[in-house]
Write a protein that binds this ligand. Structure first.
Ligand code: ASP
Length: 327
């Protein structure tokens, strides 16, 4: 049987980083060098490699990922079977979710990176890259949308998060657990999920959406400044199941009258509620004042989804529609 064809795009990150003359490690390696450093890849797939960026992932923007989504769609249309995207781990959960929303169809898209630099003892990049390619080339991963593979675990884009600053086991999916693993060179999918409804990849990057995390005693005065800053919407990470202090409800309501406001939680996992707490500042109150529940999405992921819904004049109704799948 002929080998599967994979597109491999490298955007940078620790997996591409080596010591620099200025001190510390910095992104230097490109996709071709990374592929050459893992000879076993040649047994897994025929790989077309490119390096659209060499950046630390905090400097990636949603526009980079829109470009990546379009490159992947073009490659899939030309017969490529799967895609691997390499990038820094700091923003993998956001990049993967954007690709999940923007790349339609059943072919696997897998995002990977590394927690240790390419020259570090025990560098995890080569093993992560090989596992990611195995998943992207597998039949088992078809129809699951964009996946994140690190530490031999396979995570769904909508659930995965970076949960540790240092360990090679940093990636977890606390809401649902990983979908599977790579063991004995075999891709084992243990749980299947429905596909995220795709959104247009040719309608530009997400509109700007503010992300605000609530903390004890905050009366929401910052919200008053938002409307003059050019944001199309805002996401609030409320306390617990989606709550703010009673002192802050007027500010939330006033903002929701000006732009779509999405209510997420600052908790690491769990859905925001919609019909339990009836006190001032509870989720029932905030939803009555116009807030749109983020469902099971984290604040950063809700921010991206709202931004995509708000492109090209989309407003509150488009935002509500986009979040319906995640309630
Ligand atoms: N700061 C790095 C980045 O996200 C971390 C990593 O790649 O692991 O680019």
């Amino acid at each position: 049987m002929s080998l599967r064809r994979l597109l491999l795009l490298s955007l940078g990150g620790t997996i591409t980083m080596v010591p620099s003359a200025e001190g510390g490690i910095a992104p230097r390696l490109g996709a071709v060098e990374l592929v050459a450093s893992v000879p076993d890849l040649a047994k897994v797939a025929s790989i077309e490699a490119d390096s659209p960026a060499r950046l630390p992932s905090p400097s990636l923007t949603p526009a980079h990922l829109v470009d990546v989504a379009q490159r992947i769609a073009a490659a899939f249309a030309a017969g490529v079977d799967g895609a691997v995207v390499i990038q820094g781990t700091d923003t993998i959960e956001e990049s993967a979710f954007l690709l999940d929303l923007l790349v339609a169809g059943d072919k696997p898209v897998v995002v990977t990176g590394a927690m240790r630099g390419a020259a570090a003892p025990g560098a995890d990049g080569p093993a992560n890259l090989l596992a990611a390619a195995r998943v992207a080339a597998s039949d088992a991963a078809r129809g699951l949308g964009t996946l994140v593979v690190l530490n031999d675990e396979i995570h769904a884009a909508r659930f995965v998060q970076k949960s540790h600053t240092a360990l090679t086991s940093a990636f977890t999916s606390p809401m649902a657990g990983p979908l599977g693993l790579v063991a004995e060179d075999r891709v084992r999918i243990l749980v299947r999920i429905d596909r995220t409804p795709p959104m247009a990849a040719d309608a530009g990057p997400p509109a700007p959406v503010a992300l605000i995390r609530w903390a004890m005693g905050d009366d929401g005065r910052m919200l008053g400044a938002l409307s003059g800053l050019g944001y199309a919407g805002a996401v609030i990470e409320g306390m617990g199941a989606g709550h703010v202090p009673a002192d802050a409800v007027e500010a939330v309501g006033a903002l929701a009258a000006q732009m779509p406001v999405v209510l997420a939680s600052r908790c690491a996992t769990g859905p925001v509620f919609s019909e339990t707490y009836g006190y001032p500042g509870g989720e029932i109150d905030l939803i009555r004042r116009g807030a749109i529940p983020a469902g099971t999405l984290s604040g950063p992921k809700a921010r991206l989804l709202a931004g995509l819904a708000l492109r090209r004049g989309g407003g509150r109704d488009a935002t509500i529609g986009a979040f319906a799948h995640f309630q």
